[in-house]
Unconditional design. Structure first.
Length: 222
């Protein structure tokens, strides 16, 4: 995805870019960005989530911090993703704010789920629903939901067909006191999405309106 307003991108289309200056936040960075990053580092998440800092994209904003996470069941990754926090103290026309969250989430699908024509709309509603469930408001949301299928032939014909769902999205978090968004809550909502697409039940009380994908083997790096 490359959602663009004028000449400026919201960043979601460049999530595959991993070059950057690492995960260290220098003392010279703006105080709101440092506070937002500290909140990400201190967030308490579900035990099924394994999360670590990773290299942030270098050219999307003056300041960036990135995390990568996986939903783990034993030795299997059921879903994985990356969340990037961008900050431009001067503001950004496409964001309509000074902060932007950009994400990539992906998981393997069971064949019957992959064939559901409503799956993209459902997956997008999981993202917006995860934010709303935690009382979070966001501006300028944009994104794509992509289904991909692989079929194997010749020497690989014994391998079963495989399907994958991928969500790329970005949104502008509402800024609170001192111009700092509640990044810990946004991270928790993002992890809710990651667990839902992995097929895990909600962490809170059961809600019959929430539908998750069936648990399955997750994406494996070839």
């Amino acid at each position: 995805m490359a959602a663009v307003l004028g000449q400026q991108s919201d960043g979601a289309g460049e999530m595959d870019e991993t070059e950057g200056s690492g995960t260290k936040v220098a003392d010279s960075t703006p105080v709101p960005f440092r506070a937002a990053v500290d909140a990400l580092r201190g967030a308490r998440l579900r035990p099924e989530i394994e999360i670590d800092p990773t290299r942030a994209p270098q050219r999307l904003a003056p300041h960036a911090y990135a995390l990568e996470a996986a939903v783990v069941d034993g030795d299997e990754d059921l879903a994985d993703g990356r969340l990037v926090l961008l900050h431009d103290p001067a503001g950004h026309d496409a964001w309509r704010g000074t902060f932007r969250l950009v994400t990539l989430v992906r998981a393997e699908l069971e064949p019957e789920m992959a064939a559901d024509p409503l799956l993209p709309e459902v997956c997008w509603s999981w993202l917006t629903g995860a934010l709303q469930a935690r009382g979070l408001s966001c501006g300028e949301p944009s994104g794509t939901v992509t289904r991909a299928s692989s079929h194997y032939f010749g020497g690989m014909s014994e391998r079963p067909a495989a399907s994958q769902i991928e969500i790329r999205a970005s949104w502008t978090p509402r800024e609170g006191a001192g111009g700092v968004p509640d990044t810990a809550a946004h991270l928790a909502a993002w992890c809710d999405l990651l667990c839902q697409i992995a097929g895990l039940p909600p962490a809170g009380p059961a809600d019959g309106s929430v539908v998750s994908l069936p648990q399955r083997r997750g994406p494996h790096t070839p």
